[in-house]
Design a protein around this ligand. Sequence first.
Ligand code: ATP
Ligand code: MG
Length: 477
Amino acid sequence: MPVRTDARHGDDLHVDLPPDVHHVLAILTEAGREAALVGGCVRDAVRGETPTDWDVATSATPDAVSALFARSTWENPFGTVTVLPRDPGGKAVEVTTYRIEGPYRDRRRPETVRWGGSLEEDLSRRDFTINAMAWVPGDLGAGSGRLVDPFGGADDLRAGVLRAVGNPDERIAEDALRMVRAVRFATRFDLELDPVTESAVRRLVPEAASLSGERVREELLRMLAGPAAPSRALSMMESLGLLNVLFPELAALRGVPQAKALRGDALDHSLRTTDALPATDPVLRLAGLLHDLGKATTLADGHFIGHEREGAELAEALLKRLRFPRAEIARIARLIRHHMFAYSSGWTDAAVRRFVRRVGADLLDDLYALRRADNAASGAREPARGGLEELRSRTARAVAADPMSPKQLTVDGGDLVRELGLRPGPVIGRLLDELMEAVLEDPGLNRRDLLLALARESSSREPSVEQSPARESSAQE
Ligand code: ATP
Ligand code: MG
């Protein structure tokens, strides 16, 4: 990506400020405080791009900042006050008091944060030279100001170099996340690691093992959401040794052979699958990244029997380690578990309905997207091969027309208790499952009288309720 300005330390630099950012800078400076843009937004401006997030650093303490802005919140212990937009659709602006100590350490140790100090000191605590620039407003109305770049970040951007601020060994020892961030920024802006920074990373890679799952998760998600293909960042993590420390399950796919039209091993395939999924859905991309994890442990005679189950379990463990929300873990694990479906036009409508019931109607679009990406990443000329479009339209029709979950049955558990005189308990769930199976077979049965009759008949043969096939199949899900 080209850098479109030639600004250097001390130079004038024009920045198009959104009204809310302008407002924050104006109020702070009119109150006699120092205020400057810092971090990513300055980097973006130097690159000639429009920043998305605006961070302001100030000499004012957090209390003073919140006193100046009625619409502001101060919830974290890091001295960051969020000034809310004045109009809906406006921009929130993060205002942070100059920091002098341990500001980016593991967030479990906030007591190391101190404020006070100067803008230069604040910049010197930042990770990379390209992120350690500031913009000090001059004539705010005209959007003009001065670039403060004590570490040569603008030159590094132009030269295509990512360099730690100060001594890389010390900076990485201070916070191992900077290794992961180095990969993210280098691949996002197409930069080479400065050799001294790179050798520090290689030496300190084992330190990444002590990072909190949350912080690794946030970086991983940003790699997956970025405009650069995630495979670039993940490959770089592999070559630096970070993949092995943070995601050994993925690193284990290296060298696992695959018989696909496209060359490469199971890791190459997983990375290609990730890239083929939309950047707008990082969680789906993560499912693509992890979908074949089970291949490292199930390979036998050129087959990977049961790899979707093993893979789902490995993925769950990995995602739990990263403290992903439970709903996202479940979504990814289900996608992996079901990713091996094999449709053929010969499927009956009942088979289509059973497929929907097994997978879950909510997951179908994701599952088809994953299959397309998986196909593309295998070298298929037609990513929708295997009748994918036909299956999509058949399942869509089925979902629109027929009951697919016990909630859509014309009787519920309460009905069974009242009408059949049953005691509430597991037997009710089993009966509903059995009714569901019957309705999947024949949707015409979804009538209250017919279902009650079926349930009556079934509960009179209690042992068969115990061993109903419906129960077996749902226990496996
Ligand atoms: P993005 O556009 O991806 O948000 P960013 O540069 O704004 O990029 P953030 O993670 O939002 O990145 O951090 C904002 C700024 O805070 C960075 O530019 C950097 O100056 C500083 N920073 C963030 N994390 C660290 C860290 N772990 N160590 C040192 N400085 C950090
Ligand atoms: Mg940011």
